[in-house]
Design a protein around this ligand. Structure first.
Ligand SMILES: [Zn+2]
Ligand SMILES: [Zn+2]
Length: 292
């Protein structure tokens, strides 16, 4: 029987295993927030875990899973940039017979599926094992804008996937269960010339209980990287308040930002916020989202 992490209570527990954008980083200057790339686990009572992205933080999520039981999980990949997939071949639960992973990811505009892309990167000489040689079962689901359910049949988890402006095709996700929702927009291109949001982004964020959002750049960095696919914490706060999000987790920290810099970004975001509660995501910390 597949392992379904038995968390207690009635609440959703969101744990950050990788919070960094672009590339992993390491050193004492990033030790508090952490240097692994995007991976967030949403644990729902009685349900297999839901993973947002499979960056290098995934390896540390894998270390929390029992060695002697196969894992069942749903993986919601926003897009296929390195920082969102690089943990996949190092995820120990994949190496166990009986594991079952449903991987949802965007179909590429050139027609390639996520499976096509991943098998072209998880292969010699880049990696010693082929993707199809992994013992667990991988079920790929190619999506773009989609609404679907995952998890147990008697208490399904609703998932909304919508396109989000970035560099290349990227999706944001909203997961709803027990009357509460968690929204994940890891990489979001801030508009140039003012704050506004696509209708798809508004749909994902509208009244969400926890918005996990890109906050990669300081304002002066955005000025010189305005089309690199990311945004400032100021834009994330604006979006959260514009859409009535209850809590905002600043995410996808720039690998060149040390802990003091992230502290400063958080302080300025809190000073700007008037209604939303703002935190900065840090590795291996959890946020509880109480069910209603
Ligand atoms: Zn990224
Ligand atoms: Zn990206």
């Amino acid at each position: 029987m597949a392992y379904s992490r038995p968390i207690g209570g009635e609440d959703l527990v969101v744990t950050f295993y990788g919070v960094r954008g672009s590339t992993p980083c390491n050193g004492p200057e990033v030790a508090r927030y952490g240097g692994n790339t995007s991976c967030v686990a949403v644990e729902i009572p009685g349900q297999p875990p839901v993973l947002f992205d499979l960056g290098t933080g995934l390896r540390y999520f894998g270390r929390t899973c029992p060695d002697d039981q196969p894992l069942k999980a749903s993986c919601l990949i926003g897009h296929l940039h390195w920082d969102h997939i690089q943990g996949l071949p190092f995820f120990q639960p994949l190496l166990r017979e009986g594991g079952e992973f449903h991987i949802y990811a965007p179909m590429q505009e050139d027609g390639r599926s996520a499976y096509d892309v991943l098998k072209s990167t998880i292969t010699p000489p880049m990696f010693p094992v082929e993707l199809h040689g992994i013992p667990s079962s991988l079920h790929f689901h190619d999506i773009v804008d989609a609404d679907f359910t995952i998890g147990s049949a008697d208490s399904p988890v609703s998932v909304m996937a919508r396109r989000v402006p970035h560099v290349g095709l990227a999706l944001g996700y909203r997961v709803t269960w027990g009357g509460v929702s968690v929204t994940y927009l890891s990489d979001h291109q801030q508009p140039q010339g003012g704050f506004f949001a696509d209708s798809s982004v508004r749909e994902l964020c509208d009244g969400t209980d926890l918005l996990i959002h890109d906050a990669q750049y300081l304002p002066h960095e955005f000025a010189s990287k305005a089309d690199w696919g990311h945004c400032t914490a100021e834009f994330a706060v604006w979006l959260a308040e514009e859409t009535g999000a209850r809590r905002l987790a600043l995410f996808h920290h720039d690998p060149d930002h040390d802990d003091d810099c992230v502290d400063e970004i958080l302080a300025s975001a809190r000073a700007m916020a008037t209604s939303v509660d703002v935190i900065a995501a840090s590795e291996r910390t959890s946020v509880t989202v109480p069910a209603r």
